[in-house]
Design a protein around this ligand. Structure first.
Ligand SMILES: Nc1ncnc2c1ncn2[C@@H]1O[C@H](COP(=O)(O)OP(=O)(O)O)[C@@H](O)[C@H]1O
Ligand SMILES: N[C@@H](CCC(=O)OP(=O)(O)O)C(=O)O
Length: 265
């Protein structure tokens, strides 16, 4: 028998990774973007407040510039992100418009939340956008965010940014969509016997021992950054669900309480 989950989900943050938005061959997954626009618009119509944290600036920028490889130099990556972000947001704008849903672009760096004045400004902006039924679409401001150490292989970290946003705006639930069905008790890339965990009540050093890096060409954080996001949500009394974003309509199942993906909390 299926055990349905009880979730609080009045204010929800949804995070989508590059692997949900860009196919392995580098082309853009317009179907996924359209589905996201549909699901989020439907959620808004049912009175939920939704913030979308979307990666994909670099992935979309590479496709736009006809590049197969991510450049190694940081400024070149930043340039690709700047190019890709405009393209990404215009695709979102077009798709959301089909469902008569307005969007607003919010580019953030994590340190903004450390300074009381900028922190307050950011929260005011979210409040004003949500009060006007606009869906904020957040990405890291890749032009200024260069605090990650390993830029050859990764750039920014929207997993943690999504949890920082969620906890600061008092979201009940963070839905993290990735290219995997949930959190396994081992890295499924390395261990064929690894099993999906339906429920993780707390995140500690033993949980981190089960997490590995990214398995895809475009993904960056792997499971460690997702666990850090979950830990942050749990500390703030929120919940996080990690699920497969290949069909974003899975969000309807999640909100209905169906036991899909991994529930943290
Ligand atoms: N314990 C684990 N459970 C699930 N996936 C894991 C685990 N350890 C490592 N991974 C890898 O993390 C990947 C998801 O992270 P990532 O590629 O950064 O995705 P995204 O682009 O969605 O942020 C999975 O596809 C999988 O290869
Ligand atoms: N800010 C960058 C990517 C950051 C990121 O966290 O990527 P991902 O691991 O695909 O969620 C971009 O939009 O390309």
């Amino acid at each position: 028998m299926k055990v349905m989950r009880k979730l609080r989900a009045k204010r929800v943050v949804i995070k989508v990774g590059t692997s949900t938005l860009v196919y392995p061959d580098g082309s853009i997954n317009l179907r996924a973007i359209d589905q996201l626009a549909f699901v989020i618009s439907a959620m808004r119509h049912r009175g939920r407040e939704v913030v979308l944290v979307s990666s994909g600036a670099i992935g979309v920028g590479l496709n736009y510039m006809g590049l197969k490889q991510r450049p190694k130099a940081i400024p070149e990556q930043q340039a690709i992100a700047a190019i890709g972000q405009t393209e990404l947001i215009s695709i979102y704008k077009e798709r959301f418009a089909i469902y008569e849903q307005k969007i607003g672009q919010v580019l953030l760096t994590r340190d903004i939340f450390v300074y009381p004045k900028s922190h307050r400004n950011v929260l005011n902006t979210f409040d004003a956008l949500l009060a006007q039924n606009v869906v904020p679409i957040v990405n890291e401001n890749d032009t200024v965010a260069v605090d990650e150490l390993d830029h050859e292989t990764k750039f920014g970290d929207n997993d943690q940014l999504s949890a920082i946003v969620a906890t600061n705006i008092g979201a009940d639930l963070l839905i993290m969509l990735s290219d995997i069905d949930g959190f396994y008790n081992g890295n499924p890339n390395a261990d064929a016997k690894a099993q999906l965990l339906a429920h993780v009540e707390q995140v500690d050093h033993r949980t981190y021992e089960l997490a590995g890096g990214s398995g895809s060409r475009f993904g960056t954080g792997g499971m460690v950054t997702k666990l850090k996001a979950a830990e942050r949500m749990l500390k703030a009394d929120g919940q996080m669900i990690l699920a497969n974003g290949k069909d974003p309509a899975i969000i309807f199942q999640i909100l209905a309480g169906e036991p899909v993906g991994t529930l943290f909390g």
